[in-house]
Design a protein around this ligand. Structure first.
Ligand SMILES: [Zn+2]
Ligand SMILES: [Zn+2]
Length: 169
């Protein structure tokens, strides 16, 4: 599978390059030119961006899947904030690194990789998973991200493998 990483606004180059490497098991990731963050998604009252308009902006472009990466804080619907959002079995997904920061660079990189794999997992047809260790487990805090692994559990892996196989043929 070909994955395009699209920075939305300013994102450190190193974060994108590390992430491209960390997505190796899913496919070949390429870093695209950044897209500026426009007023369509901005919510001045909350100081956040709405995730849906970002998915719309990401939907066109090269790659089997397009993952937007942003440093701004995201929300959707009733959620106070979200780490990411994706179209189930669709092309686009987005993650925010805004709340993943920590003084430990290795831990930060790991969190970014987990949330990216989680959102790409949704685009490959997997739902949120009740298994806490599974990468598809829903995280509402950085601690919850730390508690899960980067792997798909036995319940989620067949869905992922089935879709990846279909993309290869
Ligand atoms: Zn999810
Ligand atoms: Zn699972």
């Amino acid at each position: 599978m070909r994955i395009s990483l699209r920075p939305l606004g300013e994102v450190p180059r190193e974060v994108l390059e590390d992430l491209a490497e960390d997505l190796r098991d899913l496919g070949t990731a390429t870093v695209l030119e950044p897209l500026p963050l426009g007023p369509e998604s901005r919510d001045d009252g909350r100081g956040q961006h709405r995730a849906e308009p970002l998915l719309d902006a990401l939907a066109t472009g090269a790659g089997d899947r397009i993952l937007g990466v942003t440093a701004v804080d995201l929300y959707t619907g009733m959620y106070r904030f979200i780490f990411g959002l994706a179209r189930i079995q669709g092309t686009p997904a987005v993650i925010s690194i805004c709340r993943l920061g920590t003084s430990d660079p290795a831990r930060f990189r790991d969190r970014v990789a987990k949330e990216a794999i989680h959102e790409i997992g949704h685009t490959l047809g997997a739902d949120n998973c009740p298994n806490r260790g599974c990468v598809m487990s829903f995280s509402d805090s950085a601690d919850a991200v730390d508690r899960k692994t980067r792997s798909f559990c036995g319940r989620c892996a067949p869905t992922i493998e089935f879709t990846l196989k279909r993309l290869r043929t």
